[in-house]
Structures are given as C-alpha cells and as structure tokens.
Design a protein around this ligand. Structure first.
Ligand SMILES: Cc1cc2nc3c(=O)[nH]c(=O)nc-3n(C[C@H](O)[C@H](O)[C@H](O)COP(=O)(O)O)c2cc1C
Length: 214
C-alpha cells in the first residue's frame, strides 16, 4: 500500500497527471492478427486518471486491444517526438525500435527513443459499451534521457490532434475531420519545431491515400 502511494507520487515526475495523458503504449504481440512477424507493437493511448483511479479505454479493432486483452504488463512511453506519435499511430514500428525488460518473469517491451517510461500492470478488465476498460497500476519507472520536457508548443499538440482526427476520419470518412485537420495543419506550420514539420510530411503521405484537398 505504501509502495503504491510512492508510485503515485512518482507519476507526476514522469509527466503523467490527473485527466488524460497521451502516452505511447508498447505491448507484446500475442494474437495472430498480424500477418508479419513483429514481436512488439506501439500506439498512442490515453491514460485516464480520475478520482484516484487509473485506467485505459480501448476500442476494438486495434493490435493494442488484442494484446492487452491478454497481456499483464505494458509500458507507457513519454516523449515529445511528434514523428514517433505519427509513425506509431499509422504504421508498425520495427522491432529494433524496442528494448525489452524482464518484469517478474514476463518480457515487456519499451520504446528506445523516448525520454521516460512507466511499467503498468493490468489489474482488471471490463467490457462495456463497445470498449474495454482496463484498470491499471504503475509498477516500474525508467528515465532514459536527461530531457526535462518543454513548455506547451501548439505545433506539437496540433500534430497529436491531427493524428486523432485522421484516425477518426479513416474510420468514418466524415469530412468534418478534414476541416479540423486543416486548422491544426496551419498551427504546426506556424508554431511547430523542425520535428513537428517532419511529422507533417509523413501525415501528408498518409492523407494522399484519400480523396481530400489537404
Ligand atoms: C493521441 C492519441 C490518443 C489515442 N488514445 C486512444 C485510446 O485511449 N484508446 C484507443 O482505443 N485508441 C486510442 N487512439 C487510437 C489508436 O492509437 C489508433 O487506433 C492506432 O492506430 C492503434 O494502433 P494498433 O493497431 O497498432 O494498436 C489514440 C490515438 C491518438 C493519436
């Protein structure tokens, strides 16, 4: 119990706070859904921290959902690298981009190119209203770089927003998402760092597969 309280205190040092924190979840592939032979998967996922409870809400149809239906552990990777957000949302990362740790006898993947990560244990799963709610608890912490984060940058946050709107557009083809993407696109161009603009080029390639005027 004391250990859990200490872990909760460490969370804010790792950049994960109350509300919803958008991390990149690294999981071990356990299903046969993937045709290739990737051992690991990464995807942006929100950690919801509400009323002293932490949980994920996963929607079916993703590799992360398949993996966390069965796996006990995953890592929440903390980064401000917008290219990593884009690539992990829309493409499979190569296994060489992951490191592994042995956690209580289980192999758990983490992303090499991130600043910090927290190891989480899935403690309870509930299937509800078309999604799976997984209660989670932090059980391990690792600092990988000296980076201390940065002040809010609208360019970086707009890349995250574009990823969210584009995943929804790909599912629904609702043109309203394209208008939102255009708004955030101009913010990345105005406020973003070089890396955020590199992320835009990858997104542009992804968008070129659809009939939009983006
Ligand atoms: C910032 C961000 C947050 C996301 N949060 C969630 C989430 O909490 N739950 C979820 O099911 N999908 C979430 N997604 C969507 C998944 O990341 C997306 O469907 C992804 O393609 C899944 O990849 P996978 O099939 O490799 O797991 C989020 C996407 C972004 C960009």
């Amino acid at each position: 119990m004391k250990e859990t309280a200490k872990n909760l205190e460490l969370m804010s040092q790792f950049g994960i706070h109350e509300g919803i924190s958008e991390i990149i979840a690294a999981t071990r592939n356990v299903s046969e859904k993937k045709e290739d032979t990737c051992l690991f998967n990464a995807a942006p996922i929100g950690i919801i921290w509400k009323n002293d409870k932490m949980f994920l809400r996963l929607f079916p149809g993703t590799q992360t959902y398949e993996n966390l239906m069965r796996e006990e552990y995953f890592t929440a990777n903390v980064t401000t690298d917008s290219v990593l957000y884009v690539n992990s949302t829309f493409y499979d990362l190569d296994d060489s981009e992951f490191s592994t740790l042995d956690f209580s006898g289980t192999i758990v993947p983490a992303l090499k190119g991130t600043d910090r990560y927290v190891v989480f244990r899935c403690v309870n799963r509930l299937l509800a209203q078309g999604s799976m709610i997984i209660d989670i608890e932090p059980v391990g912490f690792k600092i990988q770089t000296e980076n201390v984060g940065f002040l809010p940058n609208r360019g970086f946050y707009s890349v995250i927003e574009i990823c969210v709107h584009l995943t929804r557009y790909e599912k629904t083809k609702d043109p309203a998402y394209i208008e939102l993407i255009k708004h955030h696109w101009s913010l990345v161009q105005r406020c973003g760092r070089k890396r955020d603009k590199e992320a835009l080029s990858i997104l542009k390639r992804r968008l070129s597969g659809f009939d939009t005027d983006c």
